[in-house]
Design a protein around this ligand. Sequence first.
Ligand code: F6R
Length: 244
Amino acid sequence: MRIVRTTDYKDMSRKAANIISAQVILNPNSVLGLATGSSPIGTYLQLAEWNRKGDCDFAHVSTFNLDEYRGLKADDPQSYHYFMQKNFFGLVNIDIANTHVPDGSNLDAEAACAEYDRIVAEAGYPDLQLLGIGHNGHIGFNEPDEAFSKGTHCVDLTQSTIQANSRLFDSIDDVPRQAYTMGVQTIMNARRILVIASGADKADAVYKMCFGPVTPQVPASILQLHTNCTVVADEDALSLCPAE
Ligand code: F6R
C-alpha cells in the first residue's frame, strides 16, 4: 500500500484527480470504478475542470459505480445515479451509455446483482477503482462481517451507516435500509485501487485499513493484500498512522 499524505481535502482531491487523469491519458478507453459520498466530490470537480480545459478526455471511458440504494429510481434525487449525474457525469464529456450504476429500481435483488456482475465482468473489471472509506472501515456498502463478500449483493445497512448517510436526507426515516453493492472480491479485481480519505473522523478507519489485521470486521483492511493500492489522505485522516 502506498500512502500519499496531503495537507487537506482540497489537496487530497487534486492529487486523486491527478492519478485518475493520468490513468485516462495513458489509456483513453479506461474502465473506472467510481464511488459516491462526500470524499470524491472535490476529485470529480477537479476532473471536470480539466475536462473543460481539454486536458482530460472522458469520451471513451466507461464507468461502474460501487453501489446504489435498493428501491430508489435513477431520477430520485437521493439515488446514487442522480448523485453521479450531478457531481460528475453531467459535468464531463462522458457518454452516458458507458456509465453504469446498480439498478436500485429493480427490487428483484438477485436479478439486479447478477446482471451487474455480468456487465462488470464483461467490461474486464475496472482499470482503476476509486474508493471512499466508512467510519467502520466499510468499502462500497460492504459492512463489517464474518467473511469478505464476493460479487454484487444486497445488504442491510448498519445503524452507523444509516446514521452517517441521514445527513443527505430530510429525515433518518427516509434513508433506505438496503442497498446493492459490488462485493469485496469484485473490488479486489480492479487492477489499481485509489482510496481517498479526509478528516479526523476517518483516522481510526484509515489506521485499521493500512496497519490493522486483515479482517472482514474491517472490510477495507483487505486492500493491504492488493498489489497496487494507493491511499491519498489528508493529515487529519492520517493522524493515527505512523509518519514515514
Ligand atoms: C459510496 C460508498 C461508500 C463511501 C463511504 C464514505 O459509493 O461506496 O463506501 O465511500 O461511506 O463516505 P463519505 O465519502 O461520504 O465519507
